[in-house]
Write a protein that binds this ligand. Structure first.
Ligand code: FAD
Ligand code: SIN
Length: 515
């Protein structure tokens, strides 16, 4: 099937939906999404949205906290755009019907790790993402935007450096969508790890197919591990929000000893990378498979009222909250790397724009400040769509395309499991040159073997995306012979500003074997 539209948006999380709502002012819009509309990370966001919304806060404080957390690699221009435009984007959400929690004194703001003041707005306690996604999805359904669910995009249509559309599959059928502009918002890549808080759709597809079409990617070594996912046998791992520590909970070992004061003056509210590494160290030193989050400083009643989503999930899983201890373990959570974009949302390819977790503008540097990503997605989605204004007069260009090709394989699931465990082992919280080298060799071999399998099956596309993303993460982590932010090399434990205070940008041209 062939379709022609002014603007094609891939992904229906906060970034994709926000771009679509702006693009419809310029022309016709088709949103393609892999599963049902709400099936992305956005829906699961708990903690909230960091934004300057209180008398005690200032844009320059939010700017400085973001820069400090980013450990020397934040792009100040991008940070400033987010901080400056953030309040306007949140006011819009409020106008559209998102209800952020209030108390007698106005909006109720929580303090999360590495924020100097309370600045995290939340909705429904810990249902912030679900409430935002529901409002945006309803607005989309009530608009002229066409939404195609259960349609996964597997490649870009590109000619001579210009993106002309996307190739997707829906119900086993190939759909070629030609458009004036293509907007990628496919979210993160957490699923490439065994332990992740990310939902099943977060498989890095947009990064994979944009890279293959020739787009630059950046900061691929920087994967953020959240310190506190529930230590239970469930996949994806269920998040226990940082806001729980923001409200007073304390990390302890199994003997009840709090340990964060040994690692950072901000203790349990230190930057996320420091808390994750501290937990990892304690688990290894004490030979334990998890640590505990002591919620007694919050009290059970307040906990249940402030965190209804977490409470209900824990109860359903049979976890007894009256012990006041939640078993937690770090898990892959957020990707600072991705398709390189400028502060106006443009990628390195003509006609290709992107926003949200699939991108890297350098805003988050080497370590994202907690609750900055929903805000980033809103701000940069609007900017990307605004910058597509000049495409209105560009004609949609259709070119002849071959049928989907590729050979069948029967064992994609097994290879996917292998990749997840090798990523966990060799490209996780603690990395070494030996492990990373092993990964790069493995992924090169896997691409030679499986790079040519058919795209008509979603699991094959995920397999190819994992091979390419796994390779790019491992390759850049091997190249960066220092430790910085979320990237910790046991064989290079110190930050080396003289050599490494810069981003690593990669393009397919560097790897002759990826075709
Ligand atoms: P997503 O919301 O993940 O949406 C991606 C979309 O792309 C989905 O619709 C998916 O189906 C679609 N897609 C993927 N591949 C394809 C394909 N091949 N073809 C078509 N469609 C495709 N951040 C905060 O700021 N505050 C928080 O409190 C917070 N809490 C979080 C809690 C959890 C459990 C998680 C996992 C993340 C949290 N984050 C939080 C991070 C934040 O939620 C994400 O960074 C943000 O929602 C990303 O939005 P997005 O639109 O880029 O991606
Ligand atoms: C959380 O609620 O801890 C997640 C916040 C985030 O990832 O920004």
């Amino acid at each position: 099937m062939k379709k022609s539209v002014d603007f094609a948006v891939v992904g229906s999380g906060i970034a994709g939906l926000r771009m679509a709502l702006e693009l419809i002012k310029l022309g016709s819009v088709l949103v393609l999404t892999k599963g049902k509309v709400i099936e992305g990370s956005t829906y699961h966001a708990q903690g909230g949205v960091a934004v300057v919304f209180s008398e005690l806060d200032r844009p320059k404080y939010h700017f400085a906290d973001t820069i400090n957390a980013g450990d020397g690699l934040c792009n100040p221009e991008a940070v400033w755009e987010m901080v400056k435009d953030g309040p306007k984007r949140i006011e819009e959400l409020i106008d559209w019907g998102v209800r952020f929690d209030t108390d007698g004194a106005g909006y109720n703001l929580t303090k999360e790790g590495a924020h100097r003041v309370s600045r995290v707005l939340h909705s429904g306690g810990d249902a912030t993402g679900a409430n935002i996604e529901t409002v945006l999805a309803t607005k989309i359904r009530n608009s002229a935007i066409e939404l195609l669910e259960d349609a996964y995009t597997y490649s870009l249509i590109e000619k001579a450096g210009r993106v002309l559309g996307v190739r997707a599959v829906s119900g086993g059928e190939l759909i070629d969508v030609f458009a004036k502009g293509v907007f990628i918002a496919t979210g993160g890549v957490g699923q490439v790890y065994l332990n992740t808080t990310n939902p099943p759709v977060s498989t890095g597809d947009g990064i994979y197919f944009s890279f293959l079409a020739g787009a630059d990617v950046m900061d691929m070594e920087f994967v953020q591990f959240h310190p506190t996912s529930l230590a239970a046998d469930i996949f994806p791992r269920f998040l226990i929000s940082e806001a729980v520590r923001g409200e007073g909970a304390v990390l302890t070992d199994h003997k009840g000893n709090a340990f964060m004061e040994k690692y950072h003056p901000l203790k349990d509210l230190a930057p996320r990378n420091i808390v994750s590494i501290a937990i990892f160290n304690e688990m290894r030193k004490q030979d334990i498979s998890n640590v505990l989050l002591d919620i007694s400083p919050i009290g059970i009643e307040r906990f249940e009222e402030r965190f209804p989503t977490i409470t209900s999930r824990l109860k359903n899983l049979g976890i007894d909250l009256s012990t006041m201890k939640i078993p937690v373990v770090p898990a892959a959570h957020y990707f600072m790397g991705g398709i390189r974009i400028a502060a106006n949302g443009k990628t390195s390819l003509k006609g290709l724009y992107a926003s949200g977790e699939t991108t890297s503008s350098g805003l988050h540097g080497a370590n994202r400040l907690a609750s900055n990503s929903l805000l980033e997605s809103l701000v940069f989605a609007k900017r990307a769509a605004d910058n597509a204004r000049h495409l209105r007069k560009t004609p949609v260009k259709e070119i002849p395309l071959p049928d989907a090709k590729g050979r069948e394989i029967g064992n994609a699931k097994e290879i996917i499991s292998l990749i997840r465990s090798e990523m966990e082992k060799n490209a996780g919280i603690e990395r070494t040159g030996d492990g990373l080298r092993k990964n790069t060799e493995l992924f090169r071999d896997l691409w030679v073997e499986y790079g040519g399998v058919t795209d008509l099956k979603l699991e094959n596309v995920i397999l190819k995306s994992f091979i390419v993303n796994g390779f790019l993460i491992s390759h850049t982590a091997l190249e960066r012979t220092e430790s910085r932010g979320a990237h910790f090399r046991a064989d290079y434990p110190f930050t080396n500003n003289r050599t490494w205070k810069h981003h690593i940008v990669l393009n397919k041209n560097l790897f002759k074997w990826i075709r």
